[in-house]
Design a binder for this molecule. Structure first.
Ligand SMILES: Nc1nc2c(ncn2[C@@H]2O[C@H](COP(=O)(O)OP(=O)(O)OP(=O)(O)O)[C@@H](O)[C@H]2O)c(=O)[nH]1
Length: 327
């Protein structure tokens, strides 16, 4: 071992950091496969479709990272209001996001538009400078590139979509073929989160007394260790044993956070059409492309009347981080 390697080897990891990540995407794009691959290094082939949280510690850039990874179940536009509410609750819970589509499925590629819209809607930006804001980190992942003959979405289209919808960076991967691909995704989530978290949360004004309170994971929440995951994937009987019971978490949006747009005048009003129906998946998300910000009243507090409280005001482009970081 060289002197340098020896020195690095002997370095103690820095204090640990907690990072809550949600993996989002249409059904069957490989979300569970990716999470299980990251934690166990194994590609199993078939996976349980239920939503669950995995707890996993690893070291990234000499820092211990305590991942809580929520492997969400893919839903589509036709799903019930309840599931969409749950999806939004999941989004609010997370610090950072992995948005997955399959290169063999054009629909899953369109679905990322809607999901990014929901992320923008539910998560606040942070202020990096006077009028400049930074989006919560979202890594766009194109999976299943090993299925070259079935490819329906090119790398260029993926890269362009990443820029269009303002994701932090783009990865094309094969969960099946490459553990390094998968590790690269989680490493970047962590790095972009570290960068993002340096900027302060915005303060909520006293006058803004709308509390965003919602239930997350109202169905079943499981926190699993890596060595239990393989057995769950392989053995149906174990699944029920490993359900740690039903838990309902109340989550109140951090009072210290504030809509950065309180001081601004509303420049437009909305009709009462539910916003989700405006979140099209046709690749023409004008609302998303136009840089706007939202005054949010929780659709879950008193739906759908609270929708009329939304205000939309102009804002400047936020800074976004694109392309791969080099190390
Ligand atoms: N060829 C190939 N197949 C993959 C890859 N990743 C996942 N799969 C397969 O795709 C299928 C769906 O994978 P899942 O991980 O269950 O997909 P999911 O997105 O979690 O699906 P839901 O739980 O329904 O939301 C499984 O048969 C996997 O084996 C990949 O990189 N290449």
């Amino acid at each position: 071992m060289s002197a340098l390697n020896l020195k690095m080897h002997n370095q103690k990891p820095k204090a640990s950091v907690k990072l809550k990540v949600v993996v989002l995407g249409q059904s069957y794009v490989g979300k569970s496969a990716m999470v299980v691959r990251f934690i166990t290094r194994r590609f199993i082939g078939e996976y349980d479709t239920r939503e669950r949280i995995y707890n996993f510690n690893t070291i990234i850039d000499n820092e211990t990272v305590n991942f809580e990874i929520l492997d969400s179940c893919g839903i589509n536009n036709q799903e019930s209001e309840f599931l969409i509410n749950q999806l939004e609750a999941n989004i609010r819970w997370a610090d950072a996001f992995i948005l997955v589509y399959s290169v063999t499925d054009k629909c899953s590629f369109e679905e990322v538009n809607r999901l990014k819209f929901l992320i923008n809607y539910n998560k606040r930006r942070r202020k990096i400078h006077k009028d400049d804001f930074i989006d919560v980190p979202v890594i766009l992942v194109a999976n299943k590139i090993d299925q070259a003959n079935d490819r329906m979405v090119s790398r260029e289209e993926g890269q362009k979509r990443c820029e269009d919808i303002g994701c932090a960076c783009f990865h094309e991967i094969s969960t099946r073929e490459s553990i390094e691909d998968v590790q690269g995704v989680f490493r970047d989530v962590c790095r972009f989160w570290r960068f993002f978290s340096k900027f302060p949360k915005l303060k909520r004004s006293k006058s803004d007394n709308i509390r965003l309170s919602m239930t997350i994971h109202s169905d079943v929440e499981m926190v699993l260790s890596p060595d239990k995951i393989l057995s769950i994937c392989c053995d149906d009987r174990q699944r029920s044993i490993l359900l740690f019971g039903r838990s309902r978490h109340r989550w109140n949006e951090d009072e210290e956070e504030q809509d950065e747009f309180d001081e601004l005048e509303p420049s437009a009003t909305f009709n009462d059409e539910p916003f989700r129906s405006r979140a099209q998946t046709d690749g023409n998300l004008n609302l998303m492309r136009k840089t706007r910000k939202w005054k949010i009243g929780s659709p879950l507090v008193s739906p759908p009347q609270s929708l009329s409280m939304y205000r939309m005001v102009n804002r400047r482009n936020s800074m976004s981080m694109r392309g791969h970081v080099s190390y």
